[in-house]
Design a protein around this ligand. Structure first.
Ligand code: UTP
Length: 294
């Protein structure tokens, strides 16, 4: 019987250079979709997948993220004394969503390094990894890809990554998998190898790795053996490639919208998609969008 997955690692220690100047003092993981920060969508996605403990891998500029999941007793009582009970309860629920703890990554030395920073807390358990700047809000897919990955791990008993189809011309922005075939069904498929940000003519498929993973604890040994590359970075894909070489890494197709909050197109699309689902503003937004097309 594989262990049920209870822990999630969310690396949020990157510099967020694509989101400057916003990310100079405010973590890019706090970029909102309407009034909800990206990181809140991600932690809610984790709890929906049965995660009980979220491990944030943070750096010194990121304390706003930890504060967001803390209780704010003075705000709660201010809201309650003014009769804003529903809002007070919403804030209190947020503070009690799940256990959120943090470890520091002292220098942004890559995703693989960030995950290794959580090793003392992970022990010998399987865990999920969610990238802190990529969101799959609740309206995009039922059940969400993270829940599907966690369920697939229970039967597959091996590490899995979410993948989406991308245009070949986009391959330079992603880790691309080689599965020896062009199509993917709804079932996990063994990954033969991975290649980080290949030129289109070198891409082995049009399936790209997204920011949702489930790992057996063996990934930590693989990452510890990875040699640091340019700038001392330890790449997660190097560790994953080692798993693939052992036949111990699978891909699961993710459907529905995903938003890379560091990309201006997806950032704006997220606001529009969310607004069109908000009854009190949807007609106004729709009329505005139609006026632009006239
Ligand atoms: P990205 O590469 O998208 O984030 O990493 P970045 O480096 O912060 O952003 P850009 O590309 O310069 O704009 C995906 C996630 O991994 C975290 C980031 O905070 C982000 O949420 N990350 C990345 C770390 O925690 N540590 C790292 O060393 C690198």
């Amino acid at each position: 019987m594989p262990q049920r997955i209870k822990k999630a690692v969310i690396p949020v220690a990157g510099l967020g250079t694509r989101s400057l100047p916003f990310s100079k003092c405010i973590p890019k993981e706090m970029l909102p979709v309407l009034e909800t920060p990206a990181i809140q969508f991600i932690v809610e996605e984790c709890t929906a997948a049965g995660i009980e403990q979220v491990i944030l891998v943070t750096s010194k500029a990121k304390t706003a993220i930890e504060d967001h999941f803390d209780l704010n007793v003075s705000l709660d009582s201010w809201l309650k004394t003014r009769g804003k009970t529903a809002l007070a309860e919403k804030m209190e629920r947020l503070g009690r969503l799940c256990e959120v703890i943090s470890v520091r990554q002292k220098e942004p030395l890559g995703l693989g390094h960030a995950i290794l920073c959580a090793r003392p807390i992970l022990g010998n358990e399987p865990f999920v990894v969610c990238l802190g700047d990529e969101i799959f809000p609740p309206w995009t897919q039922r059940p969400p890809i993270l829940t599907q990955l966690v369920e697939a791990f229970e039967t597959q008993k091996a590490s899995l990554v979410g993948v989406v189809q991308v245009e070949r011309s986009e391959s330079r922005s992603y880790g691309i998998i080689n599965i020896g075939q062009a199509t993917l069904s709804d079932r996990p498929v063994k990954i033969l190898s991975t290649i980080e940000k290949p030129a289109p003519e070198k891409a082995p498929s049009h399936w790209a790795i997204i920011g949702r993973y489930v790992f057996a604890p063996e990934i930590l040994d693989e990452l510890a053996r990875v040699k640091a590359g340019t700038g001392g970075e330890i790449q997660l894909t190097d560790g994953m490639d080692k798993l693939a070489a052992k036949g111990a890494l699978f891909a699961l197709k993710a459907e529905g919208s995903r938003y890379d909050m560091g990309n201006p197109f997806y950032f704006v699309k997220a606001q529009i998609d969310a607004a069109l689902r908000r009854p009190e503003i949807a007609p106004q937004i729709q009329a505005y969008l139609e006026s632009l097309c006239r």
